[in-house]
Unconditional design. Structure first.
Length: 278
């Protein structure tokens, strides 16, 4: 094991920064029908860890992320972040969705600064932080451009910068690359790995791509069809930083194959077959 791998192993032995215990979520429709979205979810995520989540469509992956973020109330169970029970949206959590949701009338810089404005942060410091982030994601020359002038990948880089501008401890990502073409998606996976290593954040990422989950994650959480529950947690003991060549390694193939069997065994996998990120 290299030094970074040893350091990560030590990190994963620390107290968790996210704790989910016996979580349940039920929705009631306008017709008074009860939908059981999540059942008995328990997991822990440690500081600086990168955890990925895969599962069938409709299994509650996005709901779980919204519950951790405090955007939805739990029906039962407990969620704590940094030892504090989550009861409302938190400023120490950044969120990136599949759609970048950039305001078209604001420049890249103005979009990145939006959370700082909403939270009433000192704008001089926020602007300095935004410039650092835009440099980190390769958008320094585009801070005065508008979203329509950017490619899809560049828009997602701007969205990631916006999520990080208030320096949250945790970054939650809900299928952030699902709308991108295959080549751009592979590059964004490399970029995200670098951004995560440089920023030192704790990341939880939802994806429908099994190869993407294995490539990015320290651990992969596999979920069942609704009501979503955790079927298995799979460690990814592969060195970092990871290159795309890693996808040709036997261990990578075995891990993606094991996850695919779990999902297809449930008769509900919707991840793309094959070894490439999709």
């Amino acid at each position: 094991m290299n030094m970074e791998g040893a350091a990560r192993t030590a990190t994963l032995r620390t107290a968790p920064v996210i704790e989910v215990s016996r979580l349940e979520k039920l929705f009631v429709t306008v017709r008074n029908e009860r939908i059981h979205a999540l059942h008995d979810i328990s997991l822990a995520v440690c500081e600086r860890e990168f955890v990925t989540i895969v599962g069938p469509s409709g299994c509650g992956k996005s709901t779980l992320l919204k519950l951790i973020a405090g955007l939805l109330p739990a029906s039962a169970g407990r969620i704590a972040v940094g030892g504090t029970v989550v009861a409302a949206p938190r400023t120490d959590i950044g969120i990136v969705f599949q759609n970048p949701i950039l305001l078209p009338w604001r420049t890249v810089m103005e979009n990145v600064l939006l959370p700082a404005e909403v939270q009433g942060r000192p704008m001089a410091a926020a602007r300095s932080r935004a410039r650092e982030l835009l440099a980190m994601v390769g958008l320094s020359e585009f801070e005065n451009k508008y979203p329509m002038e950017l490619s899809g990948g560049m828009q997602q880089r701007a969205a990631i910068s916006r999520a990080l501008v208030c320096d949250p401890a945790i970054l939650l990502m809900d299928e952030p690359f699902g709308a991108l073409d295959a080549m751009t998606r592979e590059q964004m996976n490399l970029d995200l790995q670098r951004i995560w290593r440089e920023s030192g954040k704790t990341v939880v990422l939802i994806t429908h791509s099994i190869p993407e989950a294995v490539f990015l994650g320290d651990r992969v959480i596999v979920m069942s069809p609704r009501p979503g529950r955790i079927v298995r947690v799979i460690d990814v003991p592969m060195p970092r930083p990871r290159s795309l060549d890693l996808m040709g390694e036997p261990l990578f193939g075995r891990l993606t194959g094991d996850i695919r069997k779990l999902l297809y065994g449930q008769g509900a996998a919707d991840s793309a077959p094959g070894g490439g990120i999709s």
